[in-house]
Design a protein around this ligand. Structure first.
Ligand code: ZSS
Length: 414
């Protein structure tokens, strides 16, 4: 008898949407005799109060048709309740901080791949069951045949080439994709058939998640939206932030700016996305404690690039201040002693006098010799590219806000 009473009480509580749940308590205050039970009610802290929903429940309870206004209000409330306003995903550096990999869930049941989030491109592509076996070398692959929510986009394909000469290509599916708790039910997932040697050799990297403008997505015949562009309208704010760190995990956050992730103020500067990139213009630079030089070289904030590529004159001026620093044609760029004392490199944001300082120790990027004494420089020339590239060497010295709502980049020290 008692269990029936509990069941009835629970159903009534749910039917009326009470913010309480009735559950049998060990400390039943009193028993009135056989066939009675006293239930201690506990507030359901997960309950989201909503007048329209409660009113609609009563109409449903008495099988009365919902008035149009109430129907519309219920739809609005349900839509808002389904929104996940923010997300946060940890991103882990590979050796020498060459790239940062972030877990992404794809499909049903979820297949988790570790992807390189790339603000310098706009394709979301993955190693897959369709990737040529000779191109796979330890990567985790996405298999659409094992996902109940995968749908092939018949006749769609993609092919992309990156600035470093690497490339990949393949077919397209849609599937449910979750990043840091944020889900896009039908994200275009570009599955690789072929990848270049550089991707094959990068054994822990299972693909890229593009975060530049969807306008430069390579899917043919119709360009597809990036994950961020798909989720943007559901976020508390149309922003994501990159908080990359030297040699330790950092975070990509979506929809919010974590006040504990940076020091001082965030200085914003306009973005020109006409080429599809997060392009901006630093106000200048300083080398070590040297005088700040005003410049205006177009640059991009690029989480998918490892290094800081600067105008040739700036790179040359920097290494002139590095003991043992020089251009080594055999190495293909500037090199410096791995255990030297390279000067810091500071760059200006906007005219507000804001500065981000890249510690000199970040510039000894990676050993070029087995002895580990000579390192490839983290600063190199942007000769021939057409813009400077503020890649991970620079980004890991800052907290960076990619603000699509205001078309601006925010930079803060940390
Ligand atoms: C825009 C980036 S590539 C990327 N982040 N997916 C880039 C362009 C040109 C060069 Cl030379 C090197 C890197």
């Amino acid at each position: 008898m008692q269990s029936n009473l509990v069941l009835i009480a629970a159903v009534l509580a749910l039917a009326n949407g009470l913010p309480w749940t009735s559950r049998p308590s060990n400390d039943i205050s009193k028993v009135d005799g056989p066939g009675t039970v006293s239930l201690k009610q506990v507030r359901n802290t997960n309950f989201v109060r909503s007048g329209p929903l409660q009113l609609a429940k009563i109409y449903h309870k008495y099988k009365a048709p919902l008035p149009n206004d109430l129907k519309a209000a219920v739809k609005r409330v349900r839509n808002n309740l389904s929104k996940r306003p923010t997300g946060s995903a940890e991103t882990k550096p590979e050796e020498n901080d060459v790239e940062y990999l972030t877990p992404v869930s794809i499909g049903t049941p979820p297949q988790v791949l570790n992807l390189d989030f790339d603000t310098g491109s706009s394709d979301f592509w993955v190693f897959s069951s369709e990737t040529s076996k000779s191109d796979v070398n330890g990567q985790t692959v996405y298999d659409p045949d094992k996902s109940s929510t995968a749908k092939e986009m018949e006749g769609y394909s993609w092919q992309i080439s990156y600035g470093d000469g690497s490339y990949s290509s393949g077919d397209v599916y849609t599937d449910t994709v979750t990043v840091g708790g944020l889900t896009v039910p039908s994200q275009a997932v570009e599955v690789a058939r072929r990848v270049s040697d550089a991707f094959t050799a990068d054994t822990n990297n299972d693909g890229l998640l593009g975060l530049a403008s969807s306008a430069i997505n390579t899917v043919d015949p119709v360009a597809q939206k990036t994950f961020f562009d798909n989720v943007k309208s559901d976020l508390d704010a149309p922003v994501f932030t990159a908080d990359l760190k030297a040699g330790t995990p950092g975070y990509y956050n979506f929809g919010f700016i974590d006040p504990n992730a940076y020091t001082g103020n965030i200085t914003y500067t306009p973005v020109d996305d006409s080429q599809g990139f997060w392009a901006w213009t630093p106000s200048g630079y300083a080398i070590g404690s040297g005088q700040f030089k005003n410049t205006s070289s177009l640059s991009i904030a690029d989480t998918g690039a490892s290094l800081l590529l600067l105008p040739s004159s700036v790179a040359k001026a920097y290494y002139a201040r590095v003991a043992g620093g020089h251009y080594d044609s055999t190495a293909g760029g500037y090199t410096l002693p791995c255990n030297g004392s390279a000067p810091d490199f500071s760059f200006g944001v906007a005219d507000a006098g804001a500065r981000i300082t890249v510690p000199g120790k970040y510039i000894a990027y990676a050993p070029t010799t087995s002895s580990g004494t000579i390192c490839f420089g983290g600063i190199q020339s942007d000769e021939g590219i057409g813009f400077s590239i503020y890649g991970d060497v620079a980004l890991k010295a800052a907290f960076v806000v990619f603000d699509a709502g205001n078309q601006q980049l925010g930079w803060a020290a940390k």
